[in-house]
Design a protein around this ligand. Structure first.
Ligand SMILES: Cc1cc2nc3c(=O)[nH]c(=O)nc-3n(C[C@H](O)[C@H](O)[C@H](O)COP(=O)(O)OP(=O)(O)OC[C@H]3O[C@@H](n4cnc5c(N)ncnc54)[C@H](O)[C@@H]3O)c2cc1C
Length: 373
């Protein structure tokens, strides 16, 4: 036996699961077919957001929020996390009613991480915001981090905890023997008791190798970086009902994203920028912040990630195959969840259970035969 646990996928979820399992004494091997962070985890906007989360994700998200504020304790670095707050603005009456209803629902259940802000406070928080915004929801403890520093910190902590990592190593076959897995890879075979499928946009391919056919779509979210400008925007700003998320980095560049989709290659192995769709995101950003209208765009990219129909991730044991745990389908908002999901995965692989209720993330939702029906 080479390892207790084989983690397939060297994005942040694979790294976090590997790190937290190794810290509990498991021997862990992680394989990544490109290089660590090559896909969603390296392409992310790295927003650390509890704001507007689906209620089913809130327990994991609020736990992760605490982790982000103490990130150095977990990985020896703050990962560039800045608690600059996240603001979701309402640009019309319908959006304002929807934001108010959500905040009231949360408060009725005792959640206090979001509160409403009136137009005057909006202008204090973000002076350059267009006058047409009617109010919004504010999550003061949210913020954003540096994705590459986060990948480095999780990698270094995982190596220090004894995780064996191999890059340029693709898993091509998985066979269940009596009570262990044998994985064939582009760099030889590996035997392990448990496999963690953290394969991101290719999680369904990994699941199929293990005899657990699952279905998910692929998101190809795009990002834009502008030239540097005078620092003016503190929080991360989004707009309800629009594909827009907007922030200013410490260097003064603006980072615009929010879910506009690029073009997926026919073989589903890569994605490229769709300039027309991107233009609508940029237009939405300029409507919100008219003062940024003349800035030059210096870089754009598209990142790939698995997306489920209900936009909730798949986290938990396979319902069909023994010794297989899935963690994918974060549908564009998995960065913030990295510390808590890694802890849950370590619970599952090391102890066979977790205190978290994973019903909303059940694998059965994405069973291939359901998708085909
Ligand atoms: C443009 C963009 C912006 C985003 N913004 C935010 C945000 O602001 N806030 C937020 O919370 N989330 C955000 N997200 C989502 C977040 O980045 C992802 O949910 C998260 O990074 C997913 O991490 P992962 O480890 O599951 O996947 P990935 O990082 O994609 O890792 C999966 C890895 O598995 C590897 N792999 C696949 N198959 C195999 C195989 N057979 N053998 C070996 N390796 C294999 C792949 O090469 C890949 O590196 C964004 C995503 C994108 C793309």
């Amino acid at each position: 036996m080479n390892a207790d646990i084989l983690v397939i996928g060297g994005g942040l979820h694979g790294l976090s699961a590997a790190l937290q399992s190794a810290r509990r004494g498991a021997s862990v091997t992680l394989v990544e077919r490109h290089f660590l962070g090559r896909h969603a985890s390296g392409a992310t906007a790295a927003g650390v957001r509890t704001l507007g989360r689906h209620p089913a994700e809130l327990p994991l998200s609020l736990e992760a929020a605490g982790d982000w504020h103490r990130m150095s304790e977990l990985v020896g670095d703050d990962c560039g996390f800045v608690a600059c707050g996240q603001l979701q603005v309402a640009e019309d009456e319908a959006a304002l009613s929807a934001v108010k209803a959500r905040v009231e629902r949360l408060q009725a259940k005792g959640f206090t991480h979001e509160r409403m802000v009136e137009p005057d406070e909006l202008r204090t928080l973000v002076p350059d915001l267009s006058a047409h915004c009617l109010g919004g929801a504010w999550a003061i403890a949210d913020g954003s981090a540096d994705p590459h520093r986060t990948i480095r910190a999780f990698r270094d902590a995982a190596l220090a905890a004894g995780v064996r990592m191999t890059e340029q190593c693709k898993v091509t076959a998985l066979t269940r023997r009596s009570d262990f897995w044998r994985a064939e890879t582009s760099q030889g075979s590996i035997e392990a008791k448990v496999v963690v499928n953290a394969g991101g946009a290719w999680a369904a391919e990994v699941a199929a190798l293990a005899g657990d056919p699952l279905h998910h779509a692929i998101r190809t979210s795009m990002m834009v970086v502008t030239e540097r400008t005078v620092a003016r925007i503190g929080p991360v700003v989004s707009s309800l009902g629009r594909k827009l998320s907007f922030k200013q980095t410490a260097q003064g560049t603006l980072l615009i994203g929010g879910g506009s989709q690029g073009k997926l290659a026919a073989d589903r192995q890569s994605a490229t920028v769709d300039v027309v769709a991107l233009a609508s995101s940029v237009k939405a950003a300029v409507r919100l912040f008219p003062t940024v209208g003349g800035l030059r765009i210096v870089r754009t990219w598209a990142g790939m990630e698995a997306m489920t129909e209900d936009h909730l991730p798949v986290i938990g044991f396979s319902r069909r195959v023994e010794g297989l745990v899935h963690a994918f389908g974060f549908s564009g908002h998995g960065f913030q969840l990295v510390p808590s999901v890694g802890r849950v995965l370590a619970d599952l692989v090391c102890e066979g259970r977790t205190k978290h209720d994973l019903a909303a993330f059940d694998t059965n939702r994405v069973a291939a035969e359901r998708a085909a029906a």
